[in-house]
Design a protein around this ligand. Structure first.
Ligand SMILES: [Zn+2]
Length: 365
């Protein structure tokens, strides 16, 4: 009998709150005295000065390294060539998603530790060891894994509430699925992102994530719209960044994330944010789980309140043809997470579940 190992991974430190950037210096200084800040031009213009002065105040010399915005292998190589002669102790990746991944890529290539500073709470990447590389045609090339999670994650909510509102709702969409994906992955005996079984702690985080969103997301969204840092915002940001990130990495993924492969290949839906694709795909996963219309409608009412897409049309794909549904379903079947489900699935199963969601009557306010 093989030993079934349970693995739980996490960043070394997680800092969250208004002014977390100003407070991060003493934590960063423990990693060394030299750093490279990898971020695109807009992020450097908006936040570069704040980050650099927080570093300087803690005695950390920090150099700006401007990232083009395209996370392709040759851009990582260009950044590595820029950072290598600086002889830094660690790399700071800052941005909405790609800036963080660029920082991870550079740190990984140079064998350095990484600090992440998300400028939006739009996805589950800041705490994870994964990063994604694309080709020049914006197609997913591969998912890379750093040997360890980011050393420090700095989530400054004063900065998060200035990001576009749809980035905040995307983070909610990415997070809301985790409870259901972890449950399916665990029940199927599937692997988490460490190729191991999940600790019960990962399941508990995914459940806490869901409960937090259902209790506080509506208020948090209203506060973010007013660019106001509130208790609801803090609770929801913790859910969308910390619980969601640890939940998927240590718990595992299932259909909702597998479907992003298919959805990224079709018109309209391909332009939607990752978290919005995941939110729609969760409804399809629940249909595959044979949940009642009442259960699905309860979630759809929540989606309406927090502006998440509940159909392909709302995701940007009006009147999908049978061929397009088949294309999404076949793309979904190529993702390894599709096996983390209570029963083996086929492309026609997925297409049928999408048809059920499309046929539901609209939710009225
Ligand atoms: Zn995700």
């Amino acid at each position: 009998m093989p030993i079934s190992l349970r693995v739980f991974g996490a960043p070394g430190r997680y800092l969250q709150g208004p002014g977390a950037v100003e407070a991060m210096g003493e934590y960063l200084a423990r990693l060394g005295s030299g750093a490279a800040l990898v971020a695109d031009r807009v992020v450097l213009e908006r936040f570069g000065e704040r980050i650099l002065s927080a570093c300087a105040a803690a005695g950390v010399r920090c150099e700006r390294c401007e990232f083009s915005g395209e996370i392709v292998p040759d851009e990582i190589e260009r950044l590595v060539a820029l950072v290598q002669p600086l002889n830094v102790d660690f790399v700071i990746g800052c941005g909405g998603g790609k800036g963080i991944d660029a920082g991870k890529g550079v740190a990984h290539r140079l064998g350095r530790r990484v600090v992440t500073i998300p400028t939006a709470a739009s996805n589950d990447a800041p705490t994870s060891k994964n990063y994604v590389l694309y080709d020049h045609a914006h197609r997913l090339l591969r998912v890379e894994h750093m040997p360890a999670n980011p050393e420090i994650v700095v989530v400054d909510t004063r900065l998060i509430v200035t990001a576009p509102v749809h980035m905040f709702t995307a983070g909610i969409g990415d997070a809301v699925a985790k409870k259901f994906e972890v449950a399916q992955c665990v029940a199927a005996g599937g692997p988490n992102m460490f190729g191991a079984h999940a600790c019960a702690a990962a399941t508990a985080l995914a459940e806490l994530c869901y409960e937090t969103l259902r209790a506080h997301a509506v208020q948090a969204l209203a506060d973010v719209r007013a660019q106001r840092v509130s208790e609801a915002v803090e609770r929801v940001v913790e859910a969308t960044v910390l619980h969601s990130g640890l939940g998927f990495e240590s718990g595992g993924l299932s259909i909702s994330h597998a479907m992003t492969r298919g959805l990224s290949a079709v018109r309209g839906a391909r332009d939607a944010l990752h978290g919005h694709q995941v939110a729609y795909a969760l409804l399809v996963q629940l249909a595959l789980e044979a949940r009642s219309d009442a259960f699905i409608d309860d979630l759809r009412r929540f989606y309406r309140a927090v502006e998440l897409p509940a159909s392909l049309r709302e995701l940007g794909m009006d009147r999908p043809s049978d061929d397009e549904l088949r294309l999404i379903a076949e793309g979904t079947m190529t993702a390894p997470h599709v096996r983390n489900f209570q029963r083996p699935l086929s492309a026609p199963d997925i297409a049928a579940a999408m048809r059920r969601i499309e046929a539901l009557s609209p939710i009225t306010a």
